[in-house]
Design a protein around this ligand. Structure first.
Ligand SMILES: NC(=O)c1ccc[n+]([C@@H]2O[C@H](COP(=O)([O-])OP(=O)(O)OC[C@H]3O[C@@H](n4cnc5c(N)ncnc54)[C@H](O)[C@@H]3O)[C@@H](O)[C@H]2O)c1
Length: 332
């Protein structure tokens, strides 16, 4: 890591930011100042951002500094936002250590914090100088963290690459067993897919919305369950539910929802809405969420495996009525 960091951030004074847990289990050879914060989503706050930036000032860091974010998605977002804002912005090297951060959070430049009113409500686009992935650090990642991230790999394949979807089906057992070659191949393809989409639409004005597939329903499940359902599990259910909705609206090829559900099940992920979450409650959270964006409920639909419904001309999202949504949410 020290050589790669020197290569990507020449002449910079580096600070490594990690959560306490990653700092204890993930080893690297960067002998620079290290700042840590308590592991978990609860640290993605303004208070933690203030503490980290104060600590950097106290250590004498200036405009020639750079951040090396070593950790999961929380570190990617929090340390990325520190870098985006410290001295009006210094470079960040993203070194993801959780599968979710490797597949998703470390790439694309979105950084930010949670507020009491909701997740990711303060943030900035701040592209990393580089993203360095070493899949071998996944050896210590707890099984649920690993499995739940696989929902994002399924999402990437479903929206952009039918051949990769097919590859995931054929290599599901090897992926679950964390076979290094298959894990690396899976991460590489996800990163290529995400990079391709983000390059076309860095600031999420259009095509980047396809990466939200499954996420409208997922966010409602997370919120309605008071975050007892993990993000990955919620995305898995969201992908299947939204594909069913797309099939109902004639935007998604019949059988797509079942194919997505079968692959998610092989990864041990849920595909049915939790029975204790009432359709009306889920809808209420989607309504509250949409108020922050525009007046309508909008979804990105998988048209068939590897392709989304929509294009540059017609747009990437589709307005959905509450009636059709309620029908699908009510089907358990
Ligand atoms: N910016 C983006 O584009 C983007 C995309 C997706 C998710 N996110 C954000 O990512 C966050 C979730 O990420 P996450 O699931 O990685 O959470 P996380 O960073 O909290 O990591 C999960 C847990 O795994 C531990 N861990 C990480 N790497 C490990 C390793 N190699 N060995 C052992 N333990 C390890 C962490 O200490 C933590 O306890 C959310 O806040 C979400 O909003 C951001």
């Amino acid at each position: 890591l020290s050589q790669l960091a020197a290569h990507h951030l020449p002449g910079r004074r580096l600070v490594v930011i990690s959560d306490e847990h990653v700092s204890a289990v993930v080893r690297h050879d960067l002998s620079v100042d290290r700042l840590t914060f308590p592991a978990g989503e609860a640290s993605k706050t303004r208070a933690e951002w203030a503490r980290l930036t104060d600590a950097m000032l106290a250590l004498g860091f200036g405009r020639d500094a750079a951040v090396v974010a070593v950790g999961g998605g929380v570190t990617a977002d929090l340390a990325g936002f520190v870098a985006a804002t410290f001295m009006r912005g210094i470079p960040v090297l993203q070194v993801p250590t959780s599968l979710l951060a490797m597949l998703d959070a470390a790439l694309g430049g979105k950084t930010g914090l949670d507020l009491p009113a909701g997740k990711n409500l303060v943030g900035a686009f701040h592209q990393p100088a580089a993203v360095l992935v070493d899949p071998l650090v996944l050896a210590t990642l707890p099984e649920p963290e690993y499995r739940h991230a696989l929902a994002e790999a399924v999402k990437h394949a479903a929206v952009a690459d039918a051949a990769h979807f097919d590859w995931l089906e054929r290599h599901a057992d090897a992926v679950l067993a964390r076979e290094p070659a298959e894990v690396e191949q899976m991460i590489r393809r996800s990163l290529e897919i995400k990079a391709d989409i983000v390059e076309a639409d860095e600031f999420e004005c259009g095509r980047r919305a396809v990466l939200n597939a499954g996420h409208t329903v997922a966010h409602a499940i997370e919120a309605a369950s008071a975050y007892r359902v993990s993000h990955g599990a919620a995305v898995a259910v969201g992908l299947v539910t939204e594909a069913r909705l797309g099939e109902r609206l004639g935007l998604t090829a019949p059988g797509t929802a079942t194919a997505i559900a079968e692959l998610l099940q092989r990864f041990g992920l849920p595909t049915q809405l939790p029975t204790e979450l009432a359709p009306e409650d889920l809808l209420a959270f989607m309504r509250a969420d949409k108020k922050r964006r525009d007046a309508q409920l909008r979804f990105t639909f998988v048209a068939r495996l590897g392709a989304v419904a929509g294009d540059q001309r017609t747009g990437w999202t589709h307005v959905v009525t509450e009636e059709s949504l309620l029908t699908v949410l009510g089907r358990r």
